[in-house]
Design a protein around this ligand. Structure first.
Ligand SMILES: Cc1ncc(COP(=O)(O)O)c(C=O)c1O
Length: 298
């Protein structure tokens, strides 16, 4: 890993030579944003949508956008070539950077950008066969908290949620509920339920990350005539659903096999679910071919 090339603040360097300032606000305060995505055969998938989310969050948080963000496609391709990678995990991290000391940023800052590519370690095939086990989290997310809609480097809430899965984990993902009792998402993924052939995912107003994969799944449903809507879901709704699946850029679409922790009796879903399987195939084709027109904006 230490021999890998990374891109750090304006240039390529070896992993162990990358350095950031002691005044780096991403480190001091979590004052930064990140994106994770993957490449398929040397092509960064859905990069335009990931950068669009980063841009929107930077605007919201008033973090000046570094110029390199417009060149992310070239930077990633440069790293893939240097690291001899085709199917890779990519992480783009940017922060407000280093500047004057103090909680509220004042004066000028030079934003930091760090891009890492490393060999993809896919979720185990066995997990897709047995389906993920998911479990409701003990605490609720405030529906008015603005941060969950942004992929900030303050990721401790997600980390704590994931830790609730146990050690060794009893579940693969934690279900996050909001202060109204509606399902938001899981610790590192968006959630979908399928009932009587209808695909439902919680609306952004329930306070969740606007996942890029979620957006593609919704647009595939619309293209393929699969009825889909964004509507609040209770825990009971997902327990009673015919199929449940999770999405993120690395897992793509992961079927849920069991929901535990809501009553004494876990709910087991028969796998594979037909709608999930159909969407898995459509998604795999779309990202590999980057067929989606909105996907290849970079
Ligand atoms: C909390 C949370 N929700 C949803 C997602 C899915 O987002 P995307 O599809 O853009 O990977 C992630 C991805 O890391 C996440 O951390």
């Amino acid at each position: 890993m230490h021999d890998l090339w990374v891109y750090c603040n304006g240039g390529y360097c070896r992993w162990q030579d990358a350095s950031l300032s002691p005044l780096e606000r991403g480190f001091l305060y979590g004052d930064g944003l990140f994106e994770t995505l993957r490449t398929y055969a040397g092509r960064p998938a859905l990069l335009g949508l990931h950068v669009e989310r980063l841009r929107g969050s930077a605007r919201f948080l008033d973090i000046p956008l570094p110029a390199e963000i417009d060149k992310c496609g070239d930077i990633i391709r440069g790293l893939l070539a240097r690291n001899s990678l085709e199917d890779a995990y990519v992480r783009i991290t940017m922060s407000r950077g280093a500047g004057q000391w103090g909680l509220l940023p004042s004066g000028t800052f030079r934003p930091s950008v760090l891009v890492i590519t490393r060999p993809l370690k896919p979720y185990p095939a066995e997990l897709y066969e047995r389906g993920a086990t998911i479990k409701p989290l003990e605490w609720r997310r405030d529906v008015s908290d603005p941060l969950p809609r942004h992929k900030t480097t303050s990721y401790l809430g997600n980390l704590l949620a994931r830790r609730q899965c146990g050690k060794p984990p009893l579940s693969d993902e934690a279900i996050i509920l909001n202060s109204k009792g509606n399902v938001c998402e899981c610790s590192t993924s968006n959630l979908f339920a399928v009932t009587a052939g209808h695909v439902v995912t919680p609306p952004l107003e329930d306070n969740l990350l606007p996942g890029v994969t979620r957006r593609i799944v919704l647009s595939l449903c619309s293209d393929e005539g699969i009825p889909a809507r964004q509507e609040s879901l209770s825990l009971e709704d997902i327990v009673r659903a015919d199929e449940v699946f999770l999405t993120n850029a690395l897992m793509e679409m992961l079927p849920v096999g069991r929901i535990i922790g809501h009553t004494d009796t876990p709910r087991a879903f028969p796998l594979p679910g037909g709608v999930t399987r159909k969407l898995q195939q459509l998604y795999a084709e779309a990202v590999r071919a980057s067929r989606s027109p909105e996907a290849e904006a970079q």
